[in-house]
Structure formats: C-alpha cells, structure tokens
Design a binder for this molecule. Structure first.
Ligand code: NAD
Ligand code: UDP
Length: 341
C-alpha cells in the first residue's frame, strides 16, 4: 500500500481493536507512523492489540469514546472507526450505539480542535436507509426509518455526519467523511454475525448457510485492503475535500448468489436454511464511486472471488486453531475425575 508521500504522523485510531481498525493500525505501523489505539473492546478483541505490543510506536488506551478524551500528546490525525458495525452487535445496546456515534464523535472532534488534528468519520451506506435510488450517489438523501431497530446506527451516523460538518464549518476542524459500504476480509471475528463471516464459518463447519428472507436482497462487498487504502487516501486528501464520499465495491450480488459462491469456493457439503428477514433490512445496496475515483483516484481492485478465497483461508486456519485448542483442553468430566482423585 502506498504511503501517500506523507511525513510520519501520530495517528489515533478509535475502534483500533475492531475488524477495520486492526488492519488500519497494521498498515499505519508498517508505514512508520506512531499509532494510538483507543477502544472499549465491546466488539474489538484483545488479540488484535496484543500482536502490536512489541512495537514501540504502538500504544493502547482502553477508553469508551462516549467519555471525553484527553491525551498527554497531540495526535495529527484521528480516525473515528469506533462503533459496533454488525447489526446484532449494534442492536444489542442501541442507546450505547447512538451515544457512541454522537457523543463519541463530539469527543473526538473536540480532541481534533484542541490538537489541530484532522478527523475522519467512518460513516456508512446505512445513511441511505432502504434506498429508492440505485446505485446510491452521495447526493441521494436516503430513505431512513428514524424509529426502527436499525435507527440507533443509521440515525447515529447521520447525526455524526452533521456534527462533523458543523465542526468543519464553525470550528475550522479539518474533517473527512467516508460512507463505507459492506466490507469483509481476513481479520473478521467468527462471532461477528455479518453475512460473509456467517456464511464462511457455517460452510466450513458443514452447517447450512442461514439466508435471511428469500435472499433476493443485494449487497456490494468490498475487500478490506481496498477499503483501508480508500480511507487513507481520504485522510490524506487536500483539506478542501471533506466528503461525504462513498467507499465500496460496486459489484452487486444477491445474498443467495453469495451463499452459492461461498458453497462453491469452500467445496462445502452444506445447504441453505431460510430464516426470517430482520426488520428494515435494506433491499438493494450498491455504491456509485465516481466521486472517490475523481478526488482520490481510488477504486477497489480485489475481485469478490479473490477476496472470498483469502477470507476462507483465514477462517479455515482460525477454526482449526480453535478446535485444536478445545481438543487439548480437559473436558468437564476429566476435570471432575481429576478433582475427585
Ligand atoms: P467492528 O465492530 O469490528 O469494530 C468496531 C470497534 O469499535 C471495536 O473494536 C469496538 O470495540 C470499538 N468500539 C465500539 N464502541 C466503542 C466506544 N463507545 N468506545 C470505544 N471503542 C468502541 O466494526 P468494523 O467493521 O471494524 O467497523 C469499523 C467502523 O467502520 C465502524 O464505525 C462502522 O460503523 C464503520 N463501517 C464498517 C462497515 C463494514 O462493512 N465493516 C460498513 C460501514 C461502516
Ligand atoms: N444475512 C443473511 N444471513 C446471515 C447474515 C446476514 O442472509 O447469516 C443478510 C442480511 O439480512 C442482509 C445481508 O445479509 O440482507 C447483509 O447483512 P450484514 O449483517 O452483513 O450487513 P448489513 O445488513 O448491515 O448490510
């Protein structure tokens, strides 16, 4: 990945222990930057931070961004990736999700104002709700339910976009807004609950793939490294380009097509189990990425099949390692026998 010719920076990554955040930290460290990961570990994993602990340019602050943040040093860039992104996780505590989006953004923008850092928001395609325009361009205002089960996330991110825009206008903070479309890849957690990780883990375990609804709803899936490249290009773009800008892969597939592809690529002996469609599940989603192409010279380069094969290899190894670990652990019966001796 290019280092965009930038001098070494002190970069705060909020949500740095999550799926995208961990990969971002890794790339930033590889490029020689100093990285401060801020995370409350609500969906992030400690293994994701432990792997960098021997790097003197990396530090972790266990902190919930709904609380104000103060540091001994001034960051030069702040990525706000902190927010559970998988529907079952962000819906588990919707009030905390909303507070994370709104109060968390406010606290990071305040830090940006004090330190002079530019601040990037990881917003989402969910700001378009269940879109009535295809593909979605940034000028589309969306079709969002303000009182549904997804609203904590959709409306939270919409409000965060407003806060970012106002801090840009009123407080002269250099802001950047990325609207991220569904992103997948190695590094996802097996308990993440999103469609790619669910399908791959189910297929590798020989279980039926759980398709919600009739599977005709679409998503456009972007590979993680393409997304990180897009986010970094946006962060390092000229001050005048603030976004919002769509980042995603315009290759649109139905959920059923994705299930079939995962079954083929894993060579799994698994069927499909239809389950009820969650409330407000968007029917179609596909990014128009002309703006990103024009301003950031960015477009994804990883084909879905290539990205899925890499993700399958990653999960195969992860599941094997966890089953070996389980096998080497004494069972409860063994423990009981050991205790009775
Ligand atoms: P993730 O759930 O894997 O990571 C989110 C991280 O934020 C976790 O480490 C979590 O512990 C941390 N976090 C959550 N609330 C926090 C809080 N209040 N304080 C501190 N840390 C907190 O999700 P991800 O896929 O890595 O997504 C990262 C960001 O990108 C999120 O903001 C998400 O909304 C956005 N996004 C992701 C996608 C995608 O497909 N991956 C799509 C659209 C938007
Ligand atoms: N989905 C599915 N089976 C699963 C998980 C998700 O069919 O095991 C569907 C879900 O209903 C949605 C799509 O896949 O239509 C993408 O879901 P995901 O949770 O990955 O992301 P989001 O809904 O936020 O786009």
């Amino acid at each position: 990945m290019s280092s965009y010719g930038m001098p070494k920076q002190r970069i705060l990554v909020a949500g740095g222990a999550g799926f995208l955040g961990t990969r971002l930290c890794e790339v930033l460290l590889d490029q020689g930057h100093e990285v401060i990961c801020v995370d409350n570990f609500i969906t992030g994993r400690h293994e994701n931070t432990e792997r960098f602990m021997n790097n003197s340019r990396y530090s972790v602050l266990h902190h919930d961004i709904i609380n104000p943040i103060s540091l001994d040093v001034n960051p030069t860039q702040i990525y706000n990736l902190a927010c559970a992104a998988s529907p079952p996780h962000y819906q588990a505590d919707p009030i905390h999700t909303l507070r994370t989006c709104v109060e968390g953004s406010l606290n990071l923008l305040e830090l940006g104002k004090r330190s002079g850092a530019r601040v990037l928001l990881a917003s989402t395609s969910e700001v378009y709700g269940d879109p009535q325009v295809h593909p979605q361009s940034e000028s589309y205002r969306g079709n969002v339910n303000s009182v549904g089960v997804r609203s904590c996330y959709d409306e939270g991110k919409r409000c965060a976009e407003t806060l970012f825009s106002d801090y840009g206008r009123q407080k002269q903070v250099v802001i950047k807004i990325a609207r991220i479309f569904n992103t997948y890849g190695p590094g996802m957690s097996e308990t993440d609950g999103r469609v790619v990780s669910n399908f791959i883990c189910q297929a590798l375990r020989g279980e039926d793939l759980t398709v919600y609804g009739d599977g005709t709803q679409t998503r456009s899936l972007c590979y993680v490294d393409d997304m990180i490249d897009g986010l970094m290009r946006l962060m390092n773009s000229p001050e005048s380009f603030k976004g919002p800008v769509n980042l995603g892969n315009p290759q649109e597939v139905t959920v059923l097509q994705l299930a079939e592809l995962v079954r083929q690529l894993t060579k799994a002996d698994a069927g499909v189990e239809f389950k009820p469609l969650p409330a407000d599940d968007p029917t179609r989603r596909c990014p128009d990425i002309q703006l990103a192409h024009r301003h950031l010279a960015w477009q994804p380069t990883t084909h879905l099949t290539t990205g899925l094969l890499r993700t399958i290899a990653y999960f195969r190894e992860l599941l094997q390692a966890s089953s070996q670990e389980a096998a080497s652990r004494p069972t409860d019966i063994h423990n009981d026998i050991a205790r009775s001796l």
